[in-house]
Design a protein around this ligand. Structure first.
Ligand code: LUO
Ligand code: ZN
Length: 326
């Protein structure tokens, strides 16, 4: 382990709070130490009487429950948690939300894809898997991620919530369930539309407003790869497409319906990404930036640059096709 918790320099602590953090430079064991730093630097251990050893057991157990698949692995979990951590500092959420709500957001980000099998909800439902059966086709994956999280928290040696009051525990459990279930993209428009209504009159003392903001923050962190430098973001798209192609290959083998943007014979990397950025990322990030204008330079600008990058790539590949066709 190159990085013991003592060696985390002040410079690294500050870098950890920025969206330009490069996950590809770090080993998973070092990421565990960095996750510990995030929980410590947000004063969660003091505020909720969390013993350092219990936090370390919890983080290690979370690490063990992510699978070695191309995209939804522990590195994705780290990226989402680190982006959430950066957003909390950039937006100064510590001055706007209670510490317990920050604990809900960071822990939800950490646990949001626990034990992801690499096959999405459409596959779970079409293939009538155990998860689809257990959760009656209702967000089977997200229900599973959340159930695994509380399975880990039910072990005393891993239970970072064990010293919370029963009211605090109920609040954290309800908040984590809402935030983790909110990462189901099938709920994307419903959640964004609610936030669009609230944003112009946002009230940080209003329970419903805070709840939607917390869901939005976890959602933004979850799909935020394109807000990072291209050298960090682009490999993530290759990993994602690898996982999607694995799924569509399996669907073809099993005679199950194949999702178009997952079909290796149909999808073009640049055009799928330009539509994702244009129709999913930009509307979401623009709405959050209206509430926190400082995010313009930190996440909106990089996403606009990514759109240009993939649009150029799309144009170039079109010209090339015309050349060949011609
Ligand atoms: C509305 O539900 C949707 C909408 C779009 C997509 N995905 C896409 O359009 C394509 C494959 N691109 C894409 N999808 C991405 C990214 C980041 N996360 N992410 C993703 C991964 C798994 C499940 C859902 C999404 C959005 C990304 O940078 N690009 C998947 C689900
Ligand atoms: Zn995720």
């Amino acid at each position: 382990l190159h990085l013991s918790s003592l060696q985390v320099t002040e410079e690294l602590r500050e870098h950890l709070k920025t969206p330009i953090f490069d996950n590809w430079q770090w080993e998973e064991a070092e990421m565990l130490v960095l996750l510990q730093v995030m929980f410590t630097d947000l004063d969660f251990l003091v505020a909720f009487h969390i013993e350092l050893e219990v936090l370390q057991n919890f983080l290690l157990e979370v690490y063990c429950h992510y699978n070695n698949i191309p995209f939804h692995n522990f590195q994705h979990c780290f990226c989402v948690t680190q982006m959430m951590y950066g957003l909390i500092w950039l937006t100064d959420l510590r001055g706007k939300l209670a510490t317990i709500d920050l604990l809900i957001m960071l822990t939800s980000a950490l646990c949001h894809d626990l034990d992801h099998p690499g096959y999405n909800n459409v596959y779970q439902i079409n293939a009538q898997t155990d998860l689809a059966l257990r959760y009656n086709d209702i967000s089977p994956l997200e229900n599973h991620h959340c159930a695994v999280a509380f399975g880990i928290l039910s072990k005393p040696e891993c239970n970072i919530l064990k010293n919370l009051s029963s009211d605090q525990y109920k609040h954290v459990r309800a908040g984590m369930i809402k935030c983790i279930l909110a990462t189901d993209m099938a709920k994307h428009n419903e959640i964004l539309n609610k936030f669009k209504v609230m944003q112009p009159v946002f009230d940080f003392t209003n329970k419903d407003h805070k709840e939607v903001l917390m869901k939005i923050m976890v959602k933004v962190s979850d799909i935020s790869n394109e807000a990072r430098p291209m050298a960090v973001a682009e490999p993530w798209l290759d990993c994602l497409l690898q996982e999607f192609f694995n799924q569509s290959d399996t669907e073809k083998l099993k005679g199950l319906p194949v999702t178009p943007f997952m079909d290796r014979d149909k999808v073009s990397k640049p055009s799928s990404q330009t539509s994702f950025i244009r129709f999913v990322l930009l509307p979401l990030f623009t709405e959050l930036t209206k509430l926190f204008p400082c995010l313009e330079q930190h996440i909106l600008e990089p996403v606009r640059r990514a759109l240009n990058y993939y649009s150029e790539m799309e144009r170039a590949s079109k010209d090339e096709k015309e050349l060949f066709c011609f």
